[in-house]
Ligand binder design. Sequence first.
Ligand code: HEC
Ligand code: HEC
Length: 387
Amino acid sequence: MAGDGAGGSTPGGGSTDGLSDSAPSLPPLSPYCEQACEEAGGDDTKWAVCYSCKCKQALGALPPQSGATCAAGKDIHVYTVSLVNGVPVERDEPDDVETCENPALLESVPFEAACVPGGKLGQGTLDNGVVFKSVCRRKPGVARTDAPVYIDHGIIAHNPQNGATCYWVAGIAESDGVLPDVDITDGDVGKIAAYTAFWEAGSARAEGDDCVGCHDNDPFVYSPHLKSVFDFETSAYRFSPYAQVRVEGRPTTVDSRHLVSPEAAPCTSCHRISDQGTCSDWVAISTGTPTTDRPYELDMIARPEAYFPYSTWMPQPFPETATTHAKWLASFGPARDFIVDCCDNPTHPRCQWEALVGFSALLPGDLPDTAIERPQPGGGGKRTLQP
Ligand code: HEC
Ligand code: HEC
């Protein structure tokens, strides 16, 4: 991995913005990109080009259109569950249903669309380690034999080595699931037009500000809505730095704090538990208290023990030590209770929180554009800049 080079390729220099001396440096923007960024204020097209340029610079590569488009993704399965002789039995639903065991949890997906099967999840990992996922939700009321119509489209791409993360959210209501290329750094007029007709541009929302409150631990949120498609193999991002790429200035650290108290370790050994959406919603939903705000099957909400492991879906994968509700409670109950208490009373002394680590690379311009003399052995470790 590129980050393992002990800083051999870095320009050195003092720590700025909490960057360590070993932070790798990134290539400069092209003149075309530089100009787009200079003119991005008040011009959504220039803004879009600049965002694409700065995402490519910070991520190192952008997901290709052929991979991140929903049309190439996998079908999201929705299932219902009923008790047969006291045992929960799953039934994959080929047609639209009004209630299900794994509704989409994103609230902007309308209630009546949350249990519609056949949404799409695209995902992949680029050669440089960048992980991306795209999602399109299927519009209710369109027969599965008809051409599909999707609503609510998004792409997230993340570089686990330096934390850079970019978000694309559609500004249009419906599509056929073919998402336009997010790489418009070459100035191709057709690609730029397709991009600006589809993706939002020119706002903090288009840089992920409305996403990170739910996508708060790390860039990707799992819910059982994605059970049939979510790639659990790509885990590099769960403890990585996490920062939003910005059109103006450096990437900014996602403003979550995560729980580091030892009592939470049965959960935090696999991923962070953060104080935004994870605390307010996802912890409860994942550990046996599904919300009534979504079209869940109500019998599960009334009797979550009987519907184990549908009512309780963490940890993932499900360990041998937690194959029944009683065993799960013995293994994870204390950690769950501790986390719920800390989410409710974050300032309690037993609840120790830490800020996320932000972008960890040097951008051109972070350091003075002059030769830097490295400290000589025995030279007192002081750095001097040459005139
Ligand atoms: C209200 C909470 C919420 C907000 C806000 C939100 N998401 Fe999500 N997102 C989810 C949940 C929950 C899932 C998992 C699937 C599900 O249950 O709907 C998800 C899944 C996704 C996925 C599929 C990959 C993954 O992480 O599982 C993408 C891509 C995505 N969201 C993009 C975005 C973008 C872009 C934004 C901001 C414009 C955004 N989301 C805002 C809750 C949210
Ligand atoms: C064996 C590893 C493992 C353990 C232990 C574990 N999880 Fe998870 N958890 C995962 C994986 C994998 C995901 C999928 C999302 C991802 O890759 O970040 C996930 C996702 C989640 C999510 C959905 C939100 C999100 O960021 O994707 C919640 C909430 C959650 N876990 C809570 C818990 C709680 C509470 C515990 C302790 C009871 C726990 N987890 C223990 C592996 C684990």
